[in-house]
Write a protein that binds this ligand. Sequence first.
Ligand code: SF4
Ligand code: SF4
Length: 212
Amino acid sequence: MTKYWFLNGIRRRILTEKDLSAYKNPGLLWPSRIEGHGEVSCPVDAISSGGWNSEKCIFCRRCIPSYTPTGDQDIYETEKSDPVFRKSFHIFLVDSGTCGACNTEINSIFAPQYDANRLGIFVTNTPRDADAIVVMGVYTEKMQEPLKRAIEAVPKPAMVIGLGTCALSGGILGKNPLDREVYFTRISGCPPSPYTIIRALEEMRNRRRDGR
Ligand code: SF4
Ligand code: SF4
């Protein structure tokens, strides 16, 4: 029963992972970096001239067996800046039109299995208290103004994170809510795995821009 979740967790031995390196878990292949060769039919043109674009890939598995997942879940990019020590890193989440899966995955990093709070990563319910804003989903007209206002409310210089293929490239629907250049960090996946999200946020926490 739901109200006994804490006792059930102990009984089933759900433990917080000490080491969040996904490389060590061979079962976790999707979504991860894809490697292979040859021309394939990709519904979002994520493969062209033999190169794979993680920001376009929707991980539909249609390119198997020519291309296969490697298990490398470091599929994110973050701008370089001087490392600045901080004890905590607060994010504000904006859903500009998701299917719900990106929301589920980022929420899961705060569950007992991953416990991102112990790494100093927290969600805040106001952009005015946020260090960074996380944008998920495709372009939806009604969310343009709220998204703009939320970004403006984050203390300057605002750091914007694009989470998931929809936010980065529009995914299967074809239109992303912000220009790619706006993002300080781009986290690939459809949806991104909790490991990818945590590693990207951890790196950001240590690489905040100067001037804050
Ligand atoms: S998994 Fe699907 S979207 Fe990704 S490269 Fe392969 S065919 Fe394209
Ligand atoms: S990136 Fe994939 S999982 Fe995330 S909102 Fe888009 S379709 Fe859903």
